[in-house]
Design a protein around this ligand. Structure first.
Ligand code: AKG
Length: 395
């Protein structure tokens, strides 16, 4: 646990008021960057090079209007159901209404619950110690629950609309443009930031494996999508420090110290989205989010992709399981593991084809010719989807 930082008690209202000017300035910086717009393709049907250039310049991009109304409604319904079926507290088998909590049968616990407005990782050695500074933790209102959902894992098995989103042709085309046509998946998690309750995510860079790799470059740790189910604001949204994906490992403690100990980092910008927008954030970019003392919810469906070369025969150093956030324990990811985890994409593409027959399905090159073995069915759900996240490719 962090022992060095002084703890200053602020109420939810004081926290929101103290952030107001920083939020306004961050919004203005974000709008000036110009790295946002609808998904666009070039004449060959590949992601437009201007978009890629903006992504590599800033380390993130906001794609507007990726998910339509009907799909958004299905995603919201599934996410709401999953939130409501969370165990009432860690280790409980019932939800807040006394019903059986969701997902007790899965190999990986689907929920990470936290104390309202808390920062569970800052200043701890969780997740390879990648969050060295503890964020401000406002005191929750007296009527706040004991714990709230913070992360929900395994959307492809817990949310039918989540599996279909995983096969979205535009999102997979973007993943291919960044990581190559043999792109492989990483993990997924839904970040839940309930109004006045949601916890913070301390400043960090995601990757922990390749910093000393002689072949290190700006894309070696991949990127994460976030698909937003509600409008995101400077107060509840994810913040990124543009360009930091190029810098190697950032000394986060020093950056906060140079900012007078404040976690309101001066150059950061918020990801401002409407419902249905999708962002990409380079996993090497310095990013984080504040306790949600605002009145607006955020539910961000987050899932990442890697270059195949970044994971194949590489030891998985990052443990992202809610009950085991240490690092360094995993075996090297062999061909079979990469194939098995990638098969989720193949099944997702078919699940999506059935729901949205008017779309042109994404053609996932590693499974070309194998489509019939990975049609969406009860059999593939059991073989490929159930407990797929045990095979996540985390680096
Ligand atoms: O959405 C957030 O608040 C945190 C997201 C994050 O840290 C990530 O995607 O790696």
């Amino acid at each position: 646990m962090n022992t060095e930082q002084a703890v200053i008690e602020v109420t939810r209202e004081q926290h929101a008021a103290a952030m107001a000017e920083y939020l306004r300035e961050g919004e203005a910086r974000a709008r000036a960057l110009g790295n946002r717009g609808p998904v666009r393709y070039d004449g060959r049907g590949k992601l437009h090079p201007d978009i890629l250039a903006a992504y590599w310049a800033h380390g993130f991009y906001v794609f507007e209007g990726v998910v339509g109304e009907a799909e958004l409604a299905e995603l919201r319904a599934d996410a709401t159901e999953m939130i409501e079926r969370a165990p009432v507290r860690k280790g409980a088998v019932l939800d807040a209404r006394g019903r059986p909590a969701h997902g007790r049968e899965f190999a990986i616990e689907p929920y990470l619950l936290v104390r309202p407005l808390s920062d569970p990782w800052g200043g701890t050695d969780a997740l390879g110690g990648r969050h060295p500074h503890k964020m401000t933790e406002p005191v929750p209102d007296p009527d706040a629950p004991e714990s709230v959902p913070y992360l929900m894992f395994g959307m492809c098995q817990s949310m039918p609309a989540g599996l279909r989103l995983y096969g979205h042709p535009d999102l997979l085309a973007i993943a291919e443009a960044i990581n190559g046509e043999d792109v492989v998946p990483y993990t997924d998690a839904v970040f839940v930031k309930m109004p006045g309750l949601g916890g913070s995510v301390a400043w960090h860079q995601d990757g922990i494996t390749h910093w000393d790799n002689p072949n290190w470059d700006e894309g070696i740790h991949g990127f994460n999508f976030q698909v937003q189910l509600y409008r995101t604001t400077a107060a509840n949204g994810l913040w990124v420090v543009p360009g930091t994906h190029k810098l190697g490992k950032v000394d986060i403690k020093a950056a906060v110290a140079a900012n007078g100990g404040s976690d309101l980092l001066p150059d950061a910008v918020p990801l401002l989205c409407n419902p249905g927008d999708a962002t990409i954030v380079n996993r090497q970019a310095l990013h984080g989010s504040f306790a949600n003392t605002s009145p607006d919810p955020r539910v961000s469906i987050t899932f990442g992709f890697h270059r195949r070369a970044s994971v194949l025969n590489v030891q998985g150093k990052l443990s992202i399981r809610p009950d085991d956030l240490r690092w360094g324990a995993g075996p090297a990811y062999d061909e079979q593991r990469v194939f098995d985890r990638s098969a989720v994409i193949a099944v997702a593409v078919d699940a999506r084809r059935r729901r949205f027959p008017q779309e042109t399905p994404y053609r996932y090159v590693p499974f070309a010719g194998l489509e019939d073995d990975f049609r969406f069915s009860e059999e593939t759900w059991e073989r490929v989807i159930r407990d797929y996240n045990v095979k996540d490719l985390a680096i």
